[in-house]
Design a protein around this ligand. Structure first.
Ligand code: SF4
Ligand code: SF4
Length: 184
């Protein structure tokens, strides 16, 4: 047994190692195996080319999947007809949130019938687990989740969704309404 073979068979620590099988001459040049692999690729290419409707994948972002109407995507804070937010800063959503990612600062509302409103309302999108508990907990129909799921950003701070973002971001015009307690 030469030095190299002896090294291959030596157990490392206490774990016994399986002996390494020598490659045959055909396997050593890899050509046959490479052509076999290409054959599999080509077979799938032809099959998928003529059977596109059966493809398990979509060409994202050109093509997007339709998700259910209760999909839990990025949040929206609903507005009243006068443009003020329905949120009354009751903190129910922040209290129920398992990720502790909702930060609300309340202030007195100028409307006598409403006690408080949010001075600031921030959801940390990087910590949110999209569970929908905040939507369930809200007593004022103020927070829903939309069908938005493609919200890549370049900076971490862009994932802090503030009051303006949650009420008036441009994408809301086309965003399908997702998870909410009642479906009208
Ligand atoms: S969806 Fe869940 S994790 Fe995200 S803000 Fe709401 S309660 Fe918190
Ligand atoms: S539970 Fe609803 S009303 Fe209360 S703070 Fe959250 S969003 Fe606002």
């Amino acid at each position: 047994m030469d030095h190299q073979t002896a090294h291959k068979l030596e157990p490392e620590g206490d774990a016994p190692r399986r002996p390494v099988r020598e490659l045959t001459a055909g396997e050593a040049v890899y050509l046959v195996e490479a052509f076999k692999g290409l054959g599999v690729t080509f077979r799938h290419f032809i099959k998928n080319l003529f059977n596109r409707r059966e493809l398990p994948t979509v060409s994202y972002p050109e093509e997007k999947r339709d998700y259910g109407e209760r999909f839990r995507g990025r949040h929206v804070l609903n507005l009243r007809e006068d443009g003020t937010t329905k949120c009354v800063a009751c903190m129910m959503c922040a209290t129920i949130c398992p990720a502790r990612c909702i930060e609300i600062v309340a202030e007195e509302s100028p409307t006598p019938a409403i006690e408080k409103r949010p001075k600031s309302f921030v959801i940390d999108g990087l910590r949110c687990v999209m569970c929908g508990f905040c939507v369930d907990a809200c007593p004022c129909d103020a927070i829903y989740m939309t069908g938005e799921y493609d919200f890549a950003e370049y900076a971490r701070e862009d994932f802090l969704w503030d009051l303006t973002h949650l009420t008036r971001r441009p994408s809301l015009a086309d965003a399908p309404r997702g998870y909410r307690p009642r479906i009208e």
